[in-house]
Ligand binder design. Structure first.
Ligand code: PAF
Length: 291
């Protein structure tokens, strides 16, 4: 396992350099954990690095703002790219190797292969962002193919993404073990996200509605409520006090299939998405035991 570090972080761009650097990390049978990101690093990413360090001998991270997972009207061009700050944060957190591929490294000339997970990707985020998950699965499959890690660390904040990628790895018989790190929150409960940077001061104050709505639903579940409609109504009641928060969806779904449930009988994902000013924010929690 990774102990206190006396090495500096290596950086690579091209796939050949990456493969050589990973081979050196793997010397003497060392294990590798991988944290893929799109940069704009915050404490949520850093907590994944911490998990990764505890779970393997060496940690590889990537920064790649993947054009394929953004819709034409989405924020690809304005997505924050504070690369120097990101490098410094990753280095301080103990990342051994940072991969910063360019678009041509991931999507070489003539590229015509896509990875699609059906069913799980047509609901929630997939319904709101057509094609998004095809971009995510295609890029993550390529990143995994190049890094070939033992473990892949993903955040619970993007629960649907984690569920889709777990399914993809299992269906494609990938040997990687997919792990999820808990959502990291600001002191008022707002889930950390690179997109929080888009919020004005007034929007930032109201963005807390997402986690507060979820907290109301969680409290009701704890008190014995099992009706999905009443849980959703409780979230919407909470949001009514926040005029800058515009609902995209409030959903109570089976945590494995992502299909809506009427009554909570096994493990569910309570997931919300809302527009707050220019930012589209998501949050969730899982509740109950698996079938
Ligand atoms: O969660 C993200 O930052 C991205 O969707 C990921 C997994 C790095 C793929 O581009």
């Amino acid at each position: 396992m990774a102990a206190a570090r006396d090495r500096s972080m290596a950086r690579v761009t091209h796939v050949a350099g990456l493969r050589g650097a990973v081979a050196r990390l793997r010397e003497r049978g060392r294990t590798v954990a991988f944290v893929p990101t799109m940069g704009a690093i915050h404490d949520g990413h850093l907590s994944l690095v911490k998990h990764a360090r505890r779970s393997a001998d060496r940690v590889v991270a990537s920064i790649f703002v993947n054009p394929l997972q953004f819709g034409p009207a989405e924020d690809f061009t304005r997505y924050p790219r504070p690369i120097r700050r990101d490098r410094a944060l990753f280095e301080a957190a103990g990342v051994d190797l940072l991969w910063e591929p360019r678009v041509a490294d991931i999507y070489p000339e003539g590229d015509c292969t896509r990875v699609r997970v059906s069913g799980l990707t047509e609901v929630l985020e997939g319904a709101a962002r057509p094609g998004h998950f095809d971009g995510v699965t295609t890029v993550v499959m390529r990143l995994l193919g190049a890094v070939q890690p033992d473990l892949l660390w993903l955040g619970q904040k993007d629960a649907q993404q984690a569920i889709v990628l777990e399914r993809m790895c299992s269906d494609l018989l990938s040997p990687v073990s997919v792990r999820r790190g808990a959502t990291v929150r600001e002191s008022d409960g707002l889930a950390m996200s690179s997109r929080n940077a888009y919020l004005s001061a007034a929007e930032r104050q109201q963005a807390v509605a997402l986690s507060q709505g979820l907290a109301s639903a969680r409290a009701l579940l704890g008190a014995g409520e099992r009706s999905a409609a009443r849980l959703a109504a409780a979230i919407r009641r909470e949001w009514a006090g926040y005029p800058l928060v515009n609902e995209d969806y409030v959903a109570v779904v089976d945590a494995a299939t992502l299909q809506p449930v009427r009554q909570v009988r096994s493990r569910v994902l309570v997931a919300v998405a809302a527009r707050v000013g220019p930012a589209r924010l998501i949050d969730n929690f899982e509740w109950g035991t698996r079938k």
